[in-house]
Design a protein around this ligand. Structure first.
Ligand SMILES: [Zn+2]
Ligand SMILES: [Zn+2]
Length: 189
């Protein structure tokens, strides 16, 4: 099978993970399966920042991805960063195979507010579609309601919707045609 895999890095909220898997299936029309869990990315931990370096996490996830994984979304509760930014909600390889999403700043608790499971799931769905969208070649979208628009703040995550805009849907449709042709050709070898 050529499926999109999810893999947890350390312990991850089960409800949010199910919501992510469903949203990927709905947005990209591909089979979504869970890979065996990986450990928390302590190898990428930056003591001074008390966060994990997302680029190192992506490298490790790519190394563990099996050949039948069309794409892999790693999901973690640890807070992520890239050196030039204070934090990131997630990171993806554009047109690559792997992406990572952190639930840390999608939680109300991070902002010293009471936990809200439904809100966590809604945010996780949008950001999961965003990151896997990048791996399927989608870039940042100017439509503020599209999940492919760039979110630097949690308020913006909440403002955007879960469904790809018309423009992104068209681009995705084209990309998926190529991907299907590629994988079809591989199967014949
Ligand atoms: Zn992005
Ligand atoms: Zn869009």
């Amino acid at each position: 099978v050529n499926a999109v895999y999810t893999v947890t890095l350390g312990k991850v909220d089960g409800g949010a993970l199910s919501a992510i898997e469903l949203s990927l299936w709905q947005a990209f029309g591909v089979e979504v399966c869970g890979m065996p869990a990986l450990e928390e990315p302590t190898y990428a931990y930056d003591q001074q920042r008390a966060q994990c370096n997302s680029t190192e996490v992506l490298r490790e996830v790519l190394a563990t991805a099996t050949s039948d994984a069309l794409r892999v979304l790693a999901v973690t509760e640890v807070d992520l960063f890239i050196p030039m930014l204070t934090f990131i909600f997630g990171q993806a390889q554009l047109n690559g195979r792997v992406a990572v999403l952190s639930l840390a700043r999608l939680r109300q608790e991070f902002y010293e507010l009471p936990p809200n499971g439904a809100l966590l799931c809604a945010r996780a769905r949008k950001e999961a579609v965003h990151e896997i969208g990048h791996t399927f070649g989608l870039t940042h979208c100017a439509d503020q309601s599209c999940p492919m628009s760039l979110s630097n703040t949690i308020n913006h995550v909440d403002r955007k919707g879960e469904d790809l805009c018309g423009g992104c849907s068209l681009i995705l449709e084209e990309q998926m045609k190529h991907i299907r042709t590629d994988t079809g050709a591989e199967g014949k070898q």
